[in-house]
Ligand binder design. Structure first.
Ligand code: CP
Ligand code: NVA
Length: 300
């Protein structure tokens, strides 16, 4: 594994390896055992979109590994003024040991990886959010002690989270159901991949998708970049809310997860959110541990 660009690139073994290392790093951190695997190394973090969790967890994670994080706002980089990504990749490769990038176009992340010669980590694009899904799988395994054979249900927009959860879930042996309104389905590349799995279901009926689920996951109706469609989307996503009715269809001990930020009373009710806050904030914490594992694998 040279980069982390999207879940489609990872094998089941690579995913499980990352989760095992993440568990170990979490254990070591909780027990005060230092793990400076990246002593003296520098990670450049390019942000074209806002972030709380990704920025802070990568930054703190890098410190805990003995390295240096460098926050690079796209507004201040020449990339924001049109310098080609190919040149940015070649220049940054001369200074730093790895790049994390959050941007719109997946092609930009792939181009950075192709033209530079240092590891590139996707910190979210419109197409995928692999760091989040690794943390999600880690959290599910913590609560359920396994992944194989569990049913993951995603309700909402067929966005970066849906794309990455479907691929990640299927790769580790879970059944995956997704309920998305017509016109808001996951990416065709993801549906092509999922087609090969009998345990995949795409529907526009949330209750049907939630039936006997072990994990119910949702995300905002309007992702970053779609803010102007908020009102239109509120109408399109009416009925695609994780609420008591959905949870009644899922297994009685089903988990609920959300990558955050959450819009209460839109994609999830305050009641369900608060009843499952332990899982949701463990999921947010696990971003730190999962990404540290990714950085050690790629940059160690
Ligand atoms: N879940 C997630 O990626 O959060 P941020 O946008 O705050 O980084
Ligand atoms: N789908 C959301 C996830 C935020 C972490 C977005 O892209 O804005």
């Amino acid at each position: 594994m040279k980069h982390l660009l999207k879940m489609l690139d990872l094998s089941k073994e690579e995913i499980i390896d990352i989760l095992n290392l993440a568990d170990q790093l979490k254990y070591e951190l909780k027990h005060g055992i230092p793990h400076p695997h990246l002593r003296g190394k520098t990670l450049g973090m390019i942000f074209q979109k806002a972030s709380t969790r990704t920025r802070v967890s990568f930054e703190v994670g890098m410190y805990q590994l003995g390295g240096y994080p460098l926050f690079l706002s796209a507004n201040d980089l020449q990339i924001g003024r049109g310098e080609p990504v190919q040149d940015t990749a070649r220049v940054l490769s001369r200074y730093i040991d790895g790049i994390m990038i959050r941007t719109y176009d997946q092609a930009e992340v792939e181009a950075l990886a192709e033209h530079g010669n240092i590891p590139v980590i996707n910190g979210l694009t419109d197409f995928s959010h692999p760091c989040q899904v690794l943390a999600d799988l880690m959290t599910i395994r913590e609560y359920k002690n396994r992944l194989d054979g569990l049913k993951l249900c995603y309700i909402g927009d067929g966005n970066n989270m849906a794309n990455s959860l479907i691929v990640g879930g299927l790769k580790v042996g879970m059944s995956v159901s997704a309920a998305c309104p017509k016109g808001y389905e996951p990416h065709s590349t993801v549906l092509d991949f999922a087609k090969g799995f009998e345990c995949f279901e795409l529907t526009d009926k949330p209750i049907e998708a939630a039936k006997d689920a072990d994990v119910v996951i949702t995300d905002v109706w309007a992702s970053m970049g779609h803010e102007s469609e908020r009102e239109k989307r509120k109408i399109a996503f009416n009925g695609y809310q994780v609420n008591d009715e959905i949870m009644a269809a899922a297994k009685p001990d089903a988990m609920v997860m959300h990558c955050l930020p959450a819009h209460r009373e839109e994609e999830i009710t305050t009641k369900v959110f608060e009843e499952h806050a332990a899982e949701i904030f463990d999921e947010a914490e696990n971003r730190l541990h999962a990404q540290k594992a990714v950085m050690v694998k790629l940059m160690g």
